[in-house]
Design a protein around this ligand. Structure first.
Ligand code: C2E
Ligand code: CA
Ligand code: CA
Length: 592
């Protein structure tokens, strides 16, 4: 090859090299531009996400932090290429550790859990309360540019979700956790119940007379009462370590996760009732608020599966017994499997211990709805079981014969009460006393009634005896004689629970009753059941033809009251007017 050829080759090679180099350089440049463009794109994408994204290089310096990260951690804009400082602390169990240590100690990629961390490591312990709940995702990415490895941290701020949850899980009026929360909490508590030998109690509280109070003081004021009551329960919960929920409207639930005895729970219930009674004065008017309480206790009241239902049953039972009562669900109570021996023993002492109390339920004249009488209904509050319904203990009393003693107690209580009302110038009303056949047949029954009437100086027209149809039927002649003798004293006789037996109509003619009481079971569905309507109407007409007056019991709505009035009933009785209540409450209805 000639020298000039060599020169040309070198030149050509140089040109090729320059071209190749130029091409290479251009493609590298393009690659770099491409990478930068992509980076820009990712940065933009990251800046529009709500999650905070931080990328740390292998030295722990911040390679990138998106806008959300700057905002969440309260960091300045220009802090790229600096260490993440001050390093936020992450709460692991109860310990706060700096994020960098956390990154070193935990094997990456597995993390995607909720940790809390405060905005700054400079926060004091007290300020840590203001820490931010987050989901923290951590991952490592190898070989980007000249970095060997970098760490990507993604922080998902959970406050908004918590806020949403809070709304779903709390009562909007009182801010107390609601029934949804109660369900979740109970589920957790029940799953741990076998770990300790203690009992767990549920207590349902219903404010009894809120709707009447609302009608008097207005909606806003009654809301204020609920808020006040919720606040009281909240404070009490802190000092007594129980959970409290506002399940709906005027219903609250308390869960006592560890109790020793039922007494403890009843004591708390009474404390709450007592406080409630003295709690509210609106525009200088003191409101007599009452709460009914139903209690169920694990394991005494049954398994955890039925505990809530049983608390509701107990509440219904308490309400059946009047205002401001407490009832505990006793296992199998509703199948009537009380420990009879225990109840017998308790009954024998109950009168001496003053555990019986007479409640009064008003009876109104159907036209005008004026209170003209009351039925005396006995209540027994057992210190362990709470209120035991008469349907449970009356049959036991009949079996044991204690019914006679109870009857005498009720009669003398009613007579004393009548005398008090007379002395204090209340409106005179007729009080009905329930009478069992055993009592009527007992020797000296009529004489005892006569003697008591004289002793208490109460006119006999103010006393009425209610005898159930079944009772009256069993022992016709003997009972008849007693009834005639009673009538001669001047007291009124009512045939009770009419319509629950079979031979009612025929017997009516012979029975010396002045009043016929139509049982509540006959009117339960009266509004919709036309057959019941025909039966009740016929009963009323028949009794009227026999010269008797009619009381319809079990009136729960205005509609029922109107229909029975239209059918010709003379008197009405039922929850619509009032549940059975203590004498001091009842007398407000007959104050002149
Ligand atoms: P009863 O004589 O039929 O009394 C009426 C029952 O119906 C009472 O139940 C009363 O609380 C309830 N009641 C009143 N209004 C309504 C209403 O609108 N809806 C519903 N669902 N129920 C209403 P309580 O007080 O549980 O008494 C049950 C039974 O126990 C009485 O039935 C009576 O037979 C007996 N009893 C109560 N006190 C005495 C007593 O002092 N002596 C005797 N021998 N028996 C009594
Ligand atoms: Ca009755
Ligand atoms: Ca009845």
């Amino acid at each position: 090859m000639t020298f000039s050829q060599e020169i040309s080759l070198i030149c050509a090679l140089l040109v090729v090299a320059v071209v190749v180099f130029g091409l290479l350089y251009r493609s590298r440049n393009r690659m770099k531009q491409e990478i930068e463009a992509r980076m820009e794109m990712f940065k933009k994408a990251f800046n529009v996400t709500e999650d905070a994204v931080i990328v740390l290089d292998r030295k722990g310096l911040v390679a990138y932090a998106n806008q959300s990260a700057l905002k969440l951690l309260g960091l300045p804009n220009e802090f790229a290429d600096k260490p993440l400082s001050p390093m936020p602390k992450v709460k692991i169990k109860n310990e706060w550790i700096p994020l960098d240590r956390f990154l070193e100690e935990l094997p990456h990629k597995r993390e995607g859990k909720m940790y809390t961390f405060p905005r700054s490591s400079l926060l004091s312990d007290a300020e840590k309360e203001h820490s931010i709940p987050v989901n923290l995702f951590i991952d490592t990415v190898a070989e980007i540019k000249d970095m060997e490895c970098c760490t990507v941290i993604l922080i998902h701020d959970l406050r908004k979700e918590q806020e949403r949850n809070k709304v779903a899980y709390s009562n909007t009026l009182t801010d107390l956790p609601n029934q949804l929360q109660a369900k979740e909490d109970l589920h957790k508590l029940f799953s741990k119940i076998h770990l300790h030998n203690k009992k767990l109690a549920l207590m349902l509280i219903e404010l009894d007379n809120l709707s009447q109070i609302r009608a008097t003081i207005g909606y806003d004021q009654s809301e204020a009462i609920i808020i006040g009551f919720a606040q009281y329960l909240k404070n009490l919960a802190k000092s007594s370590s129980f959970y409290v929920y506002h399940t709906y409207s005027n219903h609250f639930l308390i869960c006592l996760p560890v109790v020793e005895t039922a007494d403890e729970v009843v004591y708390l219930g009474r404390q709450i009732q007592g406080r409630l009674a003295s709690l509210y004065t609106v525009n200088n008017v003191r409101f007599h608020l009452t709460a009914s309480i139903g209690i169920s206790i694990y394991p005494d009241s049954g398994s955890t599966l039925v505990l809530m239902d049983r608390a509701y049953k107990a509440l219904a039972q308490a309400q059946k017994s009047g205002l401001g009562q407490i009832s505990i669900y006793v296992q199998n109570e509703y199948e009537k499997k009380y420990d009879e021996v225990e109840i017998y023993n308790a009954l024998s002492e109950a009168i001496d211990k003053k555990e019986f109390e007479v409640y009064y339920q008003p009876i109104v004249r159907s036209r005008g709805r004026e209170v003209v009488g009351a039925e005396a209904l006995v209540r027994w509050t057992h210190k362990q079981y709470g209120v035991i319904p008469p349907d449970v203990f009356i049959p036991l009393l009949e079996k044991s014969g204690f019914i006679i003693e109870l009857g005498q107690f009720v009669l003398s209580e009613v007579l004393k009460q009548q005398k008090r009302w007379e002395m204090f110038k209340f409106k005179p009303i007729e009080v009905s006393i329930n009478m069992s056949l055993l009592e009527i047949e007992a020797e000296g029954f009529v004489e005892n009634v006569a003697q008591q009437l004289v002793e208490h100086q109460v006119p006999p027209e103010l006393i009425k005896f209610e005898i159930t149809e079944g009772v009256a039927m069993k022992n016709e002649t003997e009972a008849d004689q007693q009834l005639q003798a009673l009538k001669k004293l001047g007291v009124t006789i009512a045939l009770d629970d009419f319509g629950t037996g079979y031979t009612s109509f025929g017997y009516l003619k012979k029975f010396p009753a002045d009043i016929l009481k139509i049982d509540k079971s006959l009117v339960e569905y009266i509004i919709t059941n036309e057959e019941d309507q025909r039966i009740v109407k016929a009963m009323i007409d028949l009794a009227h033809n026999l010269g008797m007056k009619i009381v319809v019991e079990g009136i729960e709505t205005n509609e029922m009251a109107d229909m029975m009035t239209e059918f010709g009933a003379d008197y009405l009785q039922g929850y619509y007017f009032s549940k059975p209540i203590p004498a001091y409450e009842f007398q407000e209805m007959i104050r002149l």
